[in-house]
Design a protein around this ligand. Structure first.
Ligand code: NAD
Length: 487
């Protein structure tokens, strides 16, 4: 299959004309929904609201395309996935600007996400699951191989709309699956454009995008012709997805919520560790499944680390992500803004001490100040739940076993970090944390070749690495009795 080097995007506008893509063609729907810029509260676009019949069409097209795509040689599928990465790279600037407009994240965050997505396409395109020969004698051969699962439904959240879509699109296509993507209704624009922009690289129906609200997600999870759901979102929704998928025993990958602890040892340099801890918690305005959501600081350095965090936080500029010096943007959407405000109200009503922030101003835009809460009780809502916004509890510890118990005392198990100069202690503590990723003296380091998975109620299955690729495959044992006289 010849890949077109030149872009088809010359005629595609990044400012208007947001469409679904069904069976390789742009699709509009009878009704539309508005998309807002969270920094201004202004409507920036309207998108189709995909009907149930249109979803059925997209799934039927994916089903029709599946045998041909699955039979396409792996090397060709890999080359196409890599070419999709090239196409995204060609339009990186347009995607970054659009991502800031619809999601609110400043330029640095948009760059990380868009260029990261390019790298993901390129690197996942190098992956494969080779057939494994278990027995090969003159009499018999036995092998394990992977076959593509079929039609995938991808459901994406609003915090990293492009990257978390790409984490599903790239491995699904490499594995030989066809895929229908549903972005979050709060951030559909980049995903719709990306899918539209790469259609000339793919046979019709292999990669579709539909657009709609939670109802559309429900139709997908119960759809009899979808074989697998790849979902990123909240733990609560993940439970609904799992229940709905049980009717047809769909394969599931669930990447869900987190309540990541950071444990800070007594030997840290407060000035050095504070910026790292700050960004561990507040990157993407804390709308991050893997954000540090509880910081356990040893009592010996508690005051010094808290004060260094406050000093550093005062230097960080919160504002419209479109302004060049902005470091943290707004909360992405109004329901989330209301949810974050509940945590502020609860902390104030409970008499918590604010080391910084604490008061939410009046708009425009869904802005929340950086807020550090000084040693609230362990059972406060802020410590136990996932605020998904820039309010962070700082907590004291002095006994190693006790802080490990507290770090693990959560239904979540997504990520964790440990910080200290004593590497033996750092690793000893890190290895006792029950989470899918444990970072030691660093944080938020990801790779397409590194497994990403949630323990406990943070998820089921994995993304990235060959383990993630395997989630788009069924395992098959194939045996051969070589004796022609046996039959
Ligand atoms: P959400 O669960 O509200 O929505 C996620 C997606 O699911 C959206 O596309 C939404 O339309 C769809 N949806 C909602 N209800 C549905 C249903 N009943 N059936 C099928 N689909 C449905 O999550 P959100 O608010 O968009 O994202 C924030 C949450 O996502 C946080 O809890 C965060 O921790 C989590 N998250 C997890 C990861 C991870 O990799 N583990 C990454 C990012 C975000």
């Amino acid at each position: 299959m010849a890949l077109q080097a030149e872009s088809v995007a010359a005629g595609i506008s990044f400012d208007t004309d947001y469409v679904s893509t069904i069976d390789g063609k742009a699709a509009t729907s009878p009704t539309t929904a508005s998309v807002y810029n969270p920094a201004t509260g202004q409507v920036i676009a309207s998108v189709p609201v995909t009907t149930r019949a249109e979803l059925d069409e997209a799934v039927a097209a994916a089903r029709r395309a599946f045998p041909g795509w699955a039979a396409t040689p792996l090397e060709e599928r890999q080359a196409i996935v890599s070419a999709i990465g090239d196409r995204l790279a060609e339009h990186a600037e347009e995607f970054m600007a659009l991502l800031t407009r619809e999601q609110g994240k400043p330029r640095a965050g948009a760059e990380w996400e868009v260029l990261g997505s390019v790298a993901w396409f390129h690197e996942i395109a190098r992956q494969s699951l080779p057939e494994e020969t278990l027995v090969d004698t003159p009499e018999r051969r036995v092998a394990t191989r992977s076959t593509p699962v079929g039609v995938v439904g991808a459901i994406v959240p609003w915090n990293f709309p492009i990257l978390l879509g790409v984490w599903k699109i790239a491995p699904a296509l490499v594995a030989g699956c066809t895929i229908v993507v549903k972005p979050s209704p709060f951030t559909p624009l980049c995903d719709l454009k990306l899918v539209e922009l790469v259609q000339d690289l793919l046979p019709p129906g292999v990669l579709s995008a539909v657009s709609g609200d939670d109802e559309l997600g429900k139709w997908m999870t119960a759809h009899p012709e979808i074989d697998k759901i790849a979902f990123t979102g909240s733990t609560e929704t993940g439970k609904h997805v799992m229940a709905a998928a049980s009717g047809t025993l769909k394969r599931l990958t669930l990447e869900l919520g987190g309540n990541d602890p950071a444990i800070v040892l007594p030997d840290v340099d407060p000035q050095k560790v504070a910026p790292a801890l700050f960004w561990a918690a507040f990157q993407n305005n804390a709308q991050f499944c893997n954000a540090t959501k509880r910081v356990y600081i040893h009592t010996d350095v508690y005051d010094a680390v808290r004060d260094a965090l406050v000093d550093y936080a005062r230097t960080v500029k919160v504002g419209d992500g479109a302004e060049p010096d902005t470091q943290l943007g707004p909360i992405q959407n109004e329901p989330q803004f209301r949810k974050v405000r509940e945590f502020f109200d609860d902390s104030r009503a409970s008499g918590h001490v604010f080391a910084l922030g604490g008061e939410i101003g009046d708009g425009p835009g869904w802005f929340v100040p950086i807020t550090l809460v000084d040693n609230p009780p362990e059972d406060s809502r802020l410590v136990v739940e996932e605020p998904f916004g820039p309010i962070l509890p700082l907590l004291k510890w002095s006994d190693e076993d006790d802080v490990i118990r507290r770090a693990n005392d959560t239904p979540y198990g997504l990520g964790a970090s440990v910080w200290g100069k004593d590497l033996t202690a750092v690793e000893r503590i890190g290895r006792r944390i029950d989470a899918g990723t444990v970072w030691l003296n660093e944080v938020h380091q990801y790779s397409p070749h590194q497994v990403f998975a949630g323990h406990k109620q943070s998820g089921i299955g994995a993304e990235n690495s060959l383990h993630g690729l395997a989630e788009y495959s069924n395992w098959q044992t194939i045996t051969l009795n070589k004796d022609p006289d046996a039959v």
